[in-house]
Design a protein around this ligand. Structure first.
Ligand SMILES: [Fe+2]
Length: 602
């Protein structure tokens, strides 16, 4: 059984509900993670600088990472490339933290499983510490000569263990990179150094409220709002510099690599030749990008343009925009015809159009104020819609919305034009959408092929597999164009992925499962989103599936993580190479593979 051995500390006393994770094991036992009553804010002060020879000058509790087969002990932290000084908490901080603890313990304790850190951060969802670039061992097969570059995956990894309610989406973004060059692999884990991360690191404690879990009910929202206002007014931080955690995905466009979270601007990232991950900084594209941007921009492989959007709680609920091939952001196209502040996490493009959805999940401020739920929730009375707009539209005058009851997608995998008037969209439709935020383990995502006739407004939907599939990817050379193959994770339950399937979505096959390839990782082994890496990325004549499917997989029995390279053409997705990772990779969200030639230009 994986569990935390101690209960969530609820005693009202400054700092005593700060918790730290400690991995523990015996040589013969399943590895367990538990919370021990360690006050994070009382951790020894540390000073690091960019010199690789600098180390923390004292012993520090390790939150995770490193060798998880060892008993939890106070060990010396490995050299860090970061440059921070943790300040002694001021009297002011102590007061704010005390009020924060009071709210977390007495007004809004984490009673629901979806926001209870003991539940949310159990097993391989537990955070790890940063891990410096370290050479890895290939334990099965060989890394293909054609794979040279970095696979990087993003995910939530709270810098400080939560004082109170915590949702999976609230964690600070951590990047786990495997740099592969000439058959050698180098692993590294680093936080995205967001403004939030740096300010909280400097103060040595959490300061920002958790967006997905911190505003439940009027009293808790008012209390946390007041504490937030007090922190801002006292100068602890300035939200204008960004409140995001950049924990969702990565994207490569404008000849730059970005870590993304949809509540903030992109953070530019670099991977150095020795495998180190650096955060260059938050970017507003010469002042043209405001507030936030989707974590799922779409890059046209032919034109190298990037299409994106932002959404929010006040009209226009949706704003569409793009970056030209030089990386220059073009003018916003506000979409006032979107009628509700729906949750809009992803979209799709074709060669002619951009496709959005208005799903039944939306922002629900009344529930936040008068109920006890999240400010984001499902509205069963709402009718889902698909909205289509020419991708070079200057305004929304040509946008069409079509009612599609019961169509609730979080992710869109690909879309393309067929004939003059039709669009085909491939996306996993979330059944029982009401569970998306609160009971993710009950979510079933049904992969669908959706045909939209723009002339008649008719929409037809074809299920592609009965399996619970999400985190689907394609050969990115086919973004916006007709393609055949989708590689998707099998939710068991979501967001844990027990295997990967390959679907043939190119042909219409009524009442037939479109699975043409499958690999199950094995008992106790779970991965994340797969990613497709072409064997010859610059060969326009290469088969669509002439390449590899890669992903991180964690073995919960051994407490070990590995990197798998699978043959995309094989019906059993044969393992081409398996790399043992020196650090644990917690379950997370989206990743990317960036070719070595592109990394050198960053
Ligand atoms: Fe996503």
């Amino acid at each position: 059984m994986d569990a935390f051995s101690s209960s969530f500390c609820t005693k009202f006393y400054p700092y005593t509900n700060k918790l730290a994770f400690s991995p523990t094991s015996t040589s013969s036992q399943t590895h367990l993670f538990y919370i021990s009553a360690v006050n994070v804010e009382e951790r020894p002060k540390r000073t690091t600088n960019s010199s690789s020879s600098s180390t923390i000058n004292t012993e520090t509790p390790v939150l995770g990472g490193g060798d998880h087969a060892k008993k939890p002990v106070l060990t010396k932290r490995k050299p860090s490339s970061r440059s921070f000084v943790t300040e002694t908490p001021s009297f002011q901080s102590t007061i704010f933290n005390t009020f924060d603890n009071f709210v977390n313990n007495f007004i809004d304790p984490p009673t629901r499983p979806s926001v209870d850190p003991q539940h949310v951060l159990a097993t391989n969802f537990a955070p790890v510490d940063e891990f410096p670039p370290t050479k890895c061992t290939v334990i099965e097969g060989e890394l293909p000569e054609s794979i040279n570059g970095a696979y990087i995956r993003n995910g939530p990894n709270p810098q400080y263990l939560p004082r109170g309610p915590y949702h999976l989406f609230d964690g600070d973004g951590m990047l786990h990179s495997l740099l592969i060059s000439n058959g050698q692999a180098t692993f590294c884990s680093r936080y995205v150094q967001t403004y939030k991360y740096k300010i909280e690191h400097k103060h040595g404690s959490p300061l920002f409220p958790n967006v997905f879990s911190g505003f439940n009910g009027l009293t808790a929202s008012a209390a946390r709002g007041a504490i937030t206002a007090a922190r801002v007014l006292s100068g602890q931080y300035n939200p204008i510099n960004g409140i995001g955690v950049a924990n969702t995905s990565l994207a490569f466009f404008s000849k730059k690599l970005f870590a993304l979270g949809e509540s903030d601007l992109p953070y530019e990232i670099k991977v150095t030749p020795d495998g180190e991950i650096l955060t260059v900084g938050r970017t507003d594209f010469d002042g043209k990008l405001f507030m936030s941007m989707t974590a799922h921009p779409k890059v046209d492989p032919k034109t190298e343009e990037a299409f994106a959007f932002r959404y929010g709680p006040v009209p226009p609920f949706l704003t569409f925009f793009r970056f030209d091939s030089s990386g220059v952001k073009q003018a916003d196209v506000p979409i006032f015809s979107m009628t509700r502040p729906a949750f809009l996490h992803d979209f799709a493009i074709t060669q002619k159009y951009a496709i959005f959805t208005e799903i039944q999940i939306g922002m629900n401020p009344m529930e936040m104020i008068f109920g006890s739920g999240s400010p984001v929730g499902a509205d069963p009375s709402a009718v889902s819609k698909i909205g289509v707009i020419p991708r070079y539209a200057k305004d929304e005058s040509e946008m069409k919305w079509i009612d599609v009851p019961g169509f609730n997608i979080i992710h869109a995998i690909n879309a393309w034009d067929e004939g003059e008037d039709e669009i085909v969209l491939i996306a996993p439709n979330i059944l029982s959408v009401e569970h998306t935020l609160e009971r993710m383990e009950l979510v079933h995502a049904l992969m669908e092929k959706v045909r939209i006739n723009l002339k008649t407004g008719m929409v037809s939907r074809q299920p592609l597999s009965a399996r619970n599939l999400d985190f689907g990817v394609i050969n990115q050379n086919f973004t916006g164009m007709k393609n055949r193959f989708v590689y998707a994770g099998i939710g068991d339950p979501m967001p844990k992925i027990s295997g990967v399937v390959k679907l043939n979505v190119g042909e219409d096959q009524e009442h037939k499962d479109c699975t043409v390839g499958c690999r199950i990782f094995g008992p106790g082994c779970y991965g994340g989103e797969p990613f497709y890496v072409a064997r010859e990325p610059n060969n326009p004549d290469a088969d669509e599936d002439d390449g590899y499917v890669v992903t991180y997989v964690h073995d919960e029995n051994k407490g070990e993580s590995k990197f798998l390279v699978m043959d995309a053409k094989s019906p059993t997705l044969d393992i081409v190479a398996s790399v043992k990772l020196p650090g644990r990779v917690p379950y997370g969200f989206h990743g990317i593979f960036v070719q070595e030639s592109e990394l050198k230009k960053l």
